[in-house]
Design a protein around this ligand. Structure first.
Ligand code: HEC
Length: 147
């Protein structure tokens, strides 16, 4: 009986460890999705003229983006060792072999956001492209396309 209980406890611990790992992966992805919402859902739409240029809305989106970007190093402290179920993108295991290099990709994004100066859709495009290039600087090395 005791052995059965121990086995059940070990199994339960295993199940919750797996759930916790999935939760870490989901949190990491949610941070990126939130960045995507500001970058593509707000700023890119103005750049493309799909929504009218709105300086205050663009400023707010870039402020929210900068806040999210600052959270990347701590959000990726734990290696979930698994991808979010059914996700299009995953985190490369290289992140946790080169965490310092991964973290070093963050300040250039923050700088590009801080440097953004724009008064219309055309100048917002210049800022968008500069920021996007720095996002790509990390994605090229550490983001994996799963499907
Ligand atoms: C330091 C590295 C790093 C930087 C900088 C970075 N990302 Fe990511 N990003 C990742 C990793 C790793 C993933 C894959 C993890 C995941 O989606 O679970 C990812 C995934 C994404 C995804 C896909 C999310 C999904 O739906 O699966 C979006 C969108 C995204 N990033 C947007 C951005 C934007 C916009 C910026 C720049 C403002 C940015 N990222 C900067 C590392 C980074």
């Amino acid at each position: 009986m005791k052995r059965v209980l121990v086995a059940a406890a070990v199994l339960a611990a295993g199940v919750s460890a797996v759930a916790a790992q999935q939760e870490v992966a989901v949190q990491q992805q949610n941070l990126m999705k939130s960045q995507g919402k500001n970058m593509y859902g707000v700023v890119l739409k103005m750049v493309k003229g799909e929504t009218p240029f709105d300086k205050a809305a663009a400023d707010a989106a870039l402020k929210a983006l900068a806040d999210d970007v600052a959270k990347i190093p701590s959000a990726f402290t734990t290696n979930p060792k698994e991808d979010v179920k059914d996700a299009t993108y995953g985190a490369s295991q290289k992140i946790w072999q080169n965490k310092a290099d991964f973290d070093s990709k963050v300040p250039p994004v923050t700088k590009a956001i801080g440097d953004a100066k724009f008064t219309d859709a055309a100048s917002l495009k210049v800022a968008f492209d500069a920021i996007q290039a720095k996002c790509t600087g990390c994605h090229d090395d550490y983001r994996v396309k799963l499907k």
